[in-house]
Design a protein around this ligand. Structure first.
Ligand SMILES: [Zn+2]
Length: 62
């Protein structure tokens, strides 16, 4: 039971990206995104513990 992984394995188009604070450029979050669905760069407002405020977090490469 539960040995089978569900679904057929497709080519995984998602890649791990890091979200870095625009102000201090520290990478505080990481996420995955599908490059096909989201070709543009991500920019999210998130809390940065270093700046102690919400700042724009932009996509960064690993
Ligand atoms: Zn910051």
């Amino acid at each position: 039971m539960g040995e089978r992984k569900k679904g057929k394995k497709k080519k995984d188009e998602r890649s791990i990206i890091h979200l870095g604070c625009e102000r201090c450029s520290r990478r505080n979050y990481h996420t995955t995104k599908n490059k096909r669905n989201t070709p543009e760069k991500l920019a999210l407002k998130k809390y940065c513990k270093w700046c102690r405020s919400h700042t724009i977090h932009r996509e960064m490469k690993l």
